[in-house]
Design a binder for this molecule. Sequence first.
Ligand SMILES: Nc1ncnc2c1ncn2[C@@H]1O[C@H](COP(=O)(O)OP(=O)(O)OP(=O)(O)O)[C@@H](O)[C@H]1O
Ligand SMILES: [Mg+2]
Length: 374
Amino acid sequence: MMSALLKLTGVDKFYGAIGKSVHAVQNIDMDVMKGEIIALLGSSGCGKTSTLRMIAGFEETSRGTIELAGREIQTLPPVRRNVAMAFEGYSLYPTVTVGENIAFALKAAKLPASEVEAKVKEVTEMLEITDILHRYPTSVSGGQQQRASLARALIRDADLHLLDEPMGQLEPQLRTLLRGRIKYYIKERGLTAILVTHDQTEANALADRIAVMEGGVLQQFAAPQTIKEAPANLFTGTFVGEPPMNVFTAQARDQDGHLQLDLGQGLHLTYRADAFAPEVRATLLARKEIVLGVRPYAVHRDTAGAEAKVIANQWLGDQSHIAASFADGTIVLVEHDRADVAVGDAIHVRLAPEDLHVFDKDTGAALSHGAHMA
Ligand SMILES: Nc1ncnc2c1ncn2[C@@H]1O[C@H](COP(=O)(O)OP(=O)(O)OP(=O)(O)O)[C@@H](O)[C@H]1O
Ligand SMILES: [Mg+2]
């Protein structure tokens, strides 16, 4: 069993005085293997930057331990942690050129000038900023400063690279291009990186594993595929995935040996009992109410399905998003062809048992995914 390069155990961050403090990061455990790219994904204020800054040493760890490359680092000053970080606010030295900013750590480490030059060339070509190396940070754009800051972190030989929203300022096309290049750069050199983002496409494209955070709590830490197929709870289920997962409250009952899910408004979905594992059936039947989740691209129009009334149909150039009133709410379907339905039309939607995610009504914890227990 390979041991983790980075290991966070019971890490908390409190800001401010005891009693009226903000509990920004709550009891986080996290293992990162050497060579992995991890995305910290979550909405604004969920504790991403705080987590990164504690690992880098720019913020005190209120509780818990952080181990990196076999040593506890949470009390060490930043310079002794061997961690490179690209900051959300760039933090370039304003008095030296962009090129000197990028080369700074390598020069300080007394690397031969030719080697420094080669490395700067490599990373700045990759990030498309070779033309601004002689300029000062304040005279270049935000997107250029951001790439300079990223270059300054990536160029370093460190145990761990922390990248806080490294592409937030870039326009979509450049972002998409650089995303692929950055991943290749990191993987080719065997670097280990944690990248903060609130862009789930970026997290999915770049990361080996995604750490989903909300309210200071790590909600799920898993491969993108697992997060999509088996969200740990209702938060992750509805936060990751575009458009978001449809959710309905429902009640399960045994109807002549079939499993019936009652969605209210006289609407029920009936499934063969053996469409679910026996323990899934037992779990669902034991609950008074459950929350049902189904992803928009898993909702199929089928005359055998339940009726829904179209309230919107948008063609996005490569897919149709149909919204229809269904049960006590709205259901959204994604179709890859241009859907020929108009507002007011009645459609029939089928929710296949293998596409159903079921969550606990009170805690939000996942109970089952398709036929199997969560
Ligand atoms: N220095 C500070 N003093 C007090 N509270 C802080 C401080 N820094 C952050 N916080 C609070 O801690 C929580 C987490 O902040 P953090 O910056 O880690 O979030 P984030 O996930 O990086 O958000 P964003 O996506 O907006 O960058 C927020 O409620 C924030 O207001
Ligand atoms: Mg932040």
